[in-house]
Design a protein around this ligand. Structure first.
Ligand code: HEC
Length: 175
């Protein structure tokens, strides 16, 4: 009786001691992820309005409204990387997010266009890649279905960064 209550108390104490420190470690991982996402330029390509000069911070990482045309490949729009289950990556596991960021491989088997800089992100340490995934799992979910990818010849539903051959005239910016 005495021994089992000692065991109970030591278990209770270690649970009390462990929980806050695990929570603190998770917190620190998310903070590290936030730092890496901030300097990693994710916001540029994944937040609507950014390329139009007015990033919409209320839809942070909720998917771009400007696609990149890769000649011969099509047009790829920075996708919704918030935890929204229907339109974002909310149904992906942390490991699936890490794999996409570091190898370009999505859970459905499609490999992301290299305009998503996964060749560079492949050099992240395991800890940093995990921290980015943790942060992404903790941002506010945004419901926004990003269109595409569009195949060459398909009609594109967003603004596009287009690569033109040399000798073109600079387009006048609309007012
Ligand atoms: C230069 C623009 C650019 C930058 C910078 C960028 N991405 Fe991307 N990202 C894209 C594009 C475009 C796609 C979609 C490519 C495709 O559909 O093939 C994408 C796709 C993704 C995907 C896959 C989502 C899905 O549904 O398939 C994840 C996850 C992702 N990016 C995370 C990040 C993170 C995290 C960062 C910053 C560390 C980042 N990206 C920086 C352009 C970018």
């Amino acid at each position: 009786m005495f021994r089992s209550s000692v065991r109970f108390f030591s278990l209770a104490i270690s649970t009390l001691l462990l929980q806050p420190s695990t929570a603190r470690a998770d917190d620190m991982q998310v903070k590290r992820g936030e730092y890496l996402v901030t300097i990693g330029g994710c916001n540029d390509c994944h937040t609507p309005g950014y390329f139009l000069g007015k990033p919409d911070s209320s839809r942070f990482l909720g998917g771009s409204d400007v696609g990149f045309e890769i000649p011969g490949e099509g047009v790829f729009v920075g996708r919704n990387i918030t935890p929204d289950k229907q339109t974002g990556i909310g149904s992906w596991t942390k490991q699936q997010i890490v794999t996409a960021i570091q190898t370009g491989l999505r859970p459905d088997g499609r490999v992301l266009a290299p305009i998503m800089p996964w060749h560079a992100f492949a050099h992240l340490t395991d800890e940093d890649a995990a921290a980015i995934a943790s942060f992404l799992q903790n941002v506010k979910p945004v419901s926004h279905q990003v269109p595409g990818p569009f195949k060459p010849g398909e009609k594109v539903a967003t603004f596009v960064f287009r690569i033109l051959p040399p000798g073109q005239t600079a387009a006048g910016a609309p007012n």
